[in-house]
Design a protein around this ligand. Structure first.
Ligand SMILES: NC(=O)c1ccc[n+]([C@@H]2O[C@H](COP(=O)([O-])OP(=O)(O)OC[C@H]3O[C@@H](n4cnc5c(N)ncnc54)[C@H](OP(=O)(O)O)[C@@H]3O)[C@@H](O)[C@H]2O)c1
Length: 217
């Protein structure tokens, strides 16, 4: 069976992705900031391997790369993110817009060793600029910066041999999305997994929703 790596899997959509891939029989590498207290992540049935990762911590990024040195990662999903209430904009940006590329670069060799070679960075529709230059708020600006960087880099990732996308996961009932959100974790995770399964060259470099629709930048 193929292997997935889910970054930011302690709860919410990341945990849902681990449950989904594991239930389909995939080998799953899942990261949490608290590997000594994995909580629900430690209870997911299947071939699940828990690793510690604070996404902004370079030594921890290197340690994860070394832990996966003999692995081939078919699908890498960078899901970790913060809404940033009470946080400085620079910190939100570091987590949401810089760390995803550091983590993806650090695991690129493991992705390129695999058969499927696919990468998704979880963004948000709140980061869609739609041609405007006005501020989208701390969170929206950080996701817009993620999208901008992705558009700069996706061509070189394609040349190196992977297929990569950014995905809006829906407005999802998680700690971040709140209990009134429209989409369940299971629906979002299923949509993201289906999208990754059907991703081919024609879908590379684009901004998708969990429902498989293209989203405007
Ligand atoms: N929910 C929505 O409606 C919605 C909509 C659009 C986009 N998104 C995006 O979807 C992704 C997942 O959101 P969610 O709703 O599942 O959020 P969530 O329930 O708040 O979970 C966030 C996850 O990210 C992890 N994380 C946060 N900062 C981290 C860091 N510095 N290092 C490592 N892990 C970190 C958290 O780990 P801890 O448990 O250690 O904090 C947790 O596993 C995010 O990128 C979010 O921006 C969500």
């Amino acid at each position: 069976m193929p292997t997935a790596a889910i970054i930011g899997a302690s709860r919410g959509i990341g945990l849902g992705l681990v449950e989904r891939y594991a239930s389909e029989g995939w080998r799953v590498h899942a990261t949490t900031r608290t590997p000594g207290r994995p909580g629900a992540l430690g209870e997911v049935a299947g071939d699940v391997h828990v690793h510690g990762l604070e996404v902004t911590d370079r030594p921890q990024q290197r340690a994860l790369r070394e832990a996966l040195e003999d692995e081939a990662v078919d699908v890498l999903i960078h899901n970790a993110g913060v809404y940033g209430r009470g946080m400085r904009a620079a910190t939100v940006n570091r987590i949401n817009a810089e760390a995803p590329f550091e983590v993806a670069e650090s695991l690129m060799a493991a992705v390129l060793r695999s058969d499927q070679r696919k990468i998704a960075l979880i963004t948000s529709m709140m980061g869609a600029r739609r041609g405007s230059t006005r501020s989208l708020g701390k969170y929206g600006d950080s996701k817009a910066a993620l999208n901008d960087r992705f558009r700069e880099i996706e061509g070189s990732w394609r040349e190196r041999g992977c297929l990569a996308v950014v995905i809006h996961p829906g407005w999802v009932r998680t700690d971040m999305g709140g209990r009134n959100a429209a989409v369940s974790v299971e629906e979002s995770a299923r949509g993201i997994c289906d999208l990754m399964a059907s991703l081919d060259e024609s879908g590379h470099g684009r901004f998708w929703t969990w429902e498989g629709r293209e989203h405007p930048w």
